[in-house]
Design a protein around this ligand. Structure first.
Ligand SMILES: CC(C)(COP(=O)(O)OP(=O)(O)OC[C@H]1O[C@@H](n2cnc3c(N)ncnc32)[C@H](O)[C@@H]1OP(=O)(O)O)[C@@H](O)C(=O)NCCC(=O)NCCS
Length: 243
C-alpha cells in the first residue's frame, strides 16, 4: 500500500524528513507500506532552500494553501525543527484536516509499551526504551535517547545525541539541544530550552533557557532580529527563543 505525503517546510528539517521517508521506502519489503512524496509546501521558502529541495529531486508545490483539496487520506509531515514554529504550523494547517504522518527511520527504535502521538518523527539512531509517552509532533533527532517511563509533551524536540533519562517529564514545546543530558526524574517546563551540551540536574521552569554543566539559566541575549513570522518554515540551525 502506498500513502501520499506532503512535507511542510523546505528548510533543513524538512529535507531531513524527506530523506528518512526515502530510506523507509528503500527498506520496505514487497507488500509493506510505502510513502509517495507529493512534494513540499512552505509559505516562506528561501531561494537557497528551494534550490536544495530541487537537488533532492522533490517538487515544491507552493504555499500551505496547496494542502486544500488534497484527498483526505493524504498525510502531512511537519519538517519544522523549532518546537514553537512546529506548533504554530500545525495550528495553521489544522483546518485542512489532513492527518499527520508518523515517520520513523528504519534504524530508530521505539521500545515496548510506548505511547506514540500522531506526527512523531524519529531520525536514524534515535532510541526510545520502554513505557515512554510521546506527545503529538515530537521530533527525535539522530542518535538521541529517551529512557524508560519518560513523558514528552506535544512538540518536544530532542536534538542529536541528547539523552533524556528515565522518568523525566518534558512539557509541551521543550527543546533539548544537541548532546545535552537531562538527568533522571527531572521536569522541564513548557517551552523551556536546554542548551546544547548542558547537563540538567534540577527541574527547569517553563520558558527558561538553561545552559552549561550543571545547567543554569542563561543570561538573556540580545533581541532576536531574525523573523519569526513564518508559519511553515523552521530550520534546524536556528535557535529557539521562548517568549
Ligand atoms: C542556548 C541557546 C538557546 C542560546 O541561543 P542564543 O540566545 O541565540 O545565544 P547566542 O548564540 O546569542 O549566545 C549567547 C551567549 O551564550 C553562549 N552560549 C550559546 N549557546 C550556549 C550553550 N549551549 N552552552 C553554553 N553557552 C552557550 C554564547 O557563547 C554566548 O556567550 P557570550 O555572550 O559570552 O559570547 C542555543 O545556543 C542552544 O544551545 N540551542 C540549542 C539548539 C541546538 O541544539 N541546535 C543544534 C541543532 S542540530
Amino acid at each position: 500500500m502506498t500513502t501520499d505525503i506532503v512535507i511542510v517546510g523546505v528548510g533543513g528539517m524538512g529535507r531531513e524528513v524527506f530523506r528518512v521517508i526515502c530510506l523507509i521506502n528503500r527498506a520496505a519489503s514487497p507488500g509493506e507500506p510505502r510513502w509517495r512524496v507529493l512534494g513540499f509546501v512552505d509559505d516562506y521558502p528561501t531561494e537557497p532552500d528551494l534550490v536544495l529541495v530541487h537537488r533532492l529531486g522533490a517538487p515544491f508545490l507552493g504555499p500551505t494553501r496547496r494542502l486544500s483539496g488534497l484527498p483526505s487520506a493524504t498525510r502531512v509531515a511537519l519538517g519544522v525543527g523549532r518546537p514553537r514554529l512546529r506548533r504554530e504550523t500545525a495550528d495553521a494547517i489544522a483546518h485542512y484536516g489532513l492527518p499527520a504522518a508518523t515517520v520513523i527511520h528504519p534504524d530508530a527504535e521505539i521500545g515496548a509499551d510506548c505511547v506514540v502521538g500522531e506526527g512523531l518523527f524519529a531520525a536514524g539512531g534515535a532510541r526510545v526504551t520502554t513505557n515512554v509517552v510521546l506527545g503529538r509532533h515530537v521530533h527525535l533527532n539522530q542518535n538521541c535517547t529517551v529512557g524508560h517511563d519518560a513523558v514528552l509533551g506535544d512538540y518536544v524536540s530532542v536534538n542529536p545525541l541528547a539523552a533524556v533519562s528515565g522518568h523525566c517529564r518534558l512539557a509541551e514545546g521543550v527543546l533539548v539541544g544537541t548532546t545535552a543530558a537531562v538527568l533522571p526524574r527531572l521536569a522541564v517546563g513548557r517551552d523551556a530550552v536546554v542548551g546544547a551540551g548542558a547537563c540538567v540536574t534540577r527541574d527547569v521552569p517553563a520558558g527558561v533557557v538553561v545552559t552549561g554543566v550543571p545547567a543554569r539559566p542563561a543570561p538573556p541575549s540580545a533581541p532576536d532580529a531574525r523573523p519569526v513570522v513564518m508559519a511553515a518554515h523552521g530550520r534546524q540551525d536556528e535557535v529557539d527563543h521562548p517568549a
